[in-house]
Design a protein around this ligand. Structure first.
Ligand code: BGC
Length: 373
């Protein structure tokens, strides 16, 4: 079968031939790939950045945002059946810490976890993949065209869930109000797929959502945001320092920008008792200057929290599927507008960086377009 591989630490990717995996234990699930999303992490891997080949190998099959159809299952599998649409989660536990033992490798304490397509395990940019039932999540048939968004959506489901749990523990009014997010002013920074999906989840809870980016208001990302009832904030016209004064303080800030200077500056917009969750992973190591004393003073005197959040557990994928269904019934095919670019595998590997300013989610198509690739 065909797959897309890189040599970690070097630039570029190529289509390779790999043995087709088979169901070999009662818990195995085999999935035929339909499409796989491409994100900032993939782009970083493709440019020679953060990535690790499986032990003893030089090549890594990339891809961690998968969507496919179950083609065969082991005798003990009950979560999915042949013909179901499904995805596999990304991270695999270290086998040594309590979090991983509890199925929460997203909270691994040793750092020795592996990630399919990123760290030490081949990923999903391949015609077929096999993994264990505990990592599979069924996707309802009505979500065929957007199921590839499940992984980035799982990231924001975890981030928002963590923020809510923290607020429920700290803030008396959050503890007594099941719909604490309703009407709350929230800022999402960085309107890539993660930011827009975050805005979508917050809108589903009735939050008043502002999305910050630095692109033209008529371009794809702001247009998608306003289509779900969010407000666009052009950071070139309203700098972060002025957001609080011009729009108001934010009860929640969700960062998906990956820009370290902005990630610190966003504390400026946070309301007293506010929560700020960072999901954007910056590349590179350029130092940033911050007003440290001022920042810590504000954090303490205003009872604020800043939380980092990465990866997601199976349950977050499940919540993602539920939210996608709700979003589908509320906004219909507007959801499909998040997928803006489609490549056949060979087309993807031969273009050095096809990323265009108007792109939201780029995907590699493994069925229709794969033929002849
Ligand atoms: C992925 C996560 C992963 C993280 C760190 C992100 O792009 O979506 O699943 O844990 O990178 O490798």
């Amino acid at each position: 079968m065909k797959a897309i591989a890189i040599v970690p630490g070097t630039a570029g990717a190529r289509v390779v031939d790999r043995a087709e995996p088979a169901v070999s234990t009662p818990d195995d699930v085999k999935i035929r790939m339909i499409r796989v999303g491409i994100c900032g992490t993939d782009r970083e891997e493709l440019s020679g950045g953060r990535a690790l080949a499986p032990e003893g190998r030089t090549e890594l099959v990339i891809g961690h945002e998968m969507f496919g159809q179950v083609v065969s299952v082991g005798a003990a599998v009950t979560r999915v059946a042949v013909g179901d649409y499904a995805v596999f989660t990304v991270r695999r536990g270290c086998g040594a810490c309590a979090s991983c033992a509890m199925g929460r490798s997203d909270m691994c304490q040793t750092g020795k976890y592996l990630e399919r397509g990123i760290k030490g395990l081949d990923g999903y940019q391949a015609e077929f993949v096999v993994d264990q039932e505990q990592y599979v999540v069924r996707v309802p048939p009505a979500l065929e065209s957007v199921g590839v968004l499940m992984e980035p959506l799982s990231i924001v489901e975890k981030a928002i869930d963590e923020m809510l749990r923290v607020q429920i523990v700290r803030c008396p009014e959050a503890a007594t109000t099941p719909d604490w997010l309703f009407g709350r002013r929230c800022l999402v920074a960085g309107l890539g797929p993660v930011g827009l999906l975050g805005a979508m989840v917050l809108r589903l809870s009735g939050a008043d959502v502002y999305g910050l980016d630095v692109v033209d208001v008529r371009s794809a990302r702001p247009t998608w945001l306003t289509g779900i009832g969010g407000h666009y904030v052009d950071g070139r016209q309203v700098p972060v320092e002025q957001v609080q004064q011009k729009i108001g303080a934010m009860d929640l800030v969700l960062d998906a920008s990956g820009i370290p200077a902005l990630e610190f500056n966003l504390l400026d917009v946070l309301a007293p008792n506010g929560a700020y969750v960072v999901t954007g992973i910056p590349g590179g190591d350029r130092p940033v200057q911050i007003a440290g004393a001022e920042l810590i003073r504000q954090l303490v005197l205003d009872n604020q929290v800043m939380v980092g959040s990465v990866n997601a557990a199976r349950g977050h994928f499940q919540t993602g599927a539920d939210d996608l269904e709700q979003a589908r019934s509320r906004w219909g095919t507007h959801l499909d507008g998040l997928i803006t670019q489609r490549y056949a595998p060979a087309e993807f590997t031969s273009s050095s960086d096809p990323h265009t300013p108007d792109a939201i989610k780029e995907v590699v198509e493994w069925t229709t377009m794969a033929r002849g690739a």
